[in-house]
Design a protein around this ligand. Structure first.
Ligand SMILES: [Zn+2]
Length: 234
């Protein structure tokens, strides 16, 4: 795998909603719009599959490449995030909890297909959002394969995975490969001294306080995470 000169920023979002969520990290549509405006003007947003191709060495990573991702697949991703992404022409990947499909508060099949037709990619966030390292490996395999299958039954092609709460182990990575995935995201942000591994792609959790071009730059360049890596991975 050809390594880029620096760790490419992959941004992690959850809910985009005017009202703060009780347990899910939530950004207001206004703040999200400000951040996407900055990305579209100052950065080069590319899709996560495109970024993985670059990391596999098939393509050169564009200057200032950045990828946008969402975890969980809550229905506000359609109502609030999708129109903003479309307005700024920013590609994104939504990691869907497959077992929540069509449930209240989560994306429905019709919304997913509309987003897919507009170029949004979908990945798996497992079937039941279980913390994989605490499951027996047979159940891990079922979570990984079952979620992929149920999303693909809708006509999507699903080869990207996001580990719930970022939890993985070497055995879980092997199970993800065996289930037919191509790459997987975790949550911990790394800076350039971490090797880039497409089975443990590190992401940057985006917060409401990053609304200036400089703030976004600091966050994306990894300096903001300097003290973070001194703590145990969470
Ligand atoms: Zn999640």
């Amino acid at each position: 795998m050809k390594l880029p000169g620096w760790y490419p920023p992959i941004l992690a979002y959850h809910r985009i909603h005017p009202q703060a969520g009780s347990d899910t990290p939530t950004l207001s549509p206004k703040i999200f719009d400000q951040q996407m405006r900055i990305l579209s003007k100052r950065w080069k947003p590319i899709s996560l599959p495109e970024m993985v191709s670059c990391l596999e060495g098939n393509r050169t990573l564009p200057y200032r490449a950045v990828a946008v991702t969402f975890d969980d697949g809550t229905d506000d991703n359609f109502t609030y995030a999708f129109p903003i992404l479309a307005e700024h022409r920013i590609p994104a990947t939504v990691f869907m909890i497959a077992g929540n499909l069509n449930r209240p508060g989560s994306l429905g099949a019709e919304q997913i297909l509309k987003m897919r037709r507009a170029g949004i990619d979908f990945g798996s966030h497992t079937s039941h959002h279980a913390y994989l390292p605490s499951l027996p490996i047979t159940q891990v395999r079922e979570e990984l394969a079952g979620s992929k299958e149920s999303l693909e039954r809708m006509g999507l092609s699903v080869d990207l995975l996001s580990y719930p709460a970022g939890g993985f182990s070497p055995e879980i990575v092997r199970a993800a490969k065996a289930a037919g995935y191509r790459a997987a995201c975790t949550t911990n942000r790394g800076i350039r001294r971490f090797p880039v591994d497409r089975w443990t792609l590190r992401r940057i959790t985006m917060h409401a306080k990053f609304t200036s071009p400089f703030g976004i730059w600091v966050r994306c360049c990894g300096y903001y995470g300097l003290n973070r890596r001194l703590r145990a991975p969470s």
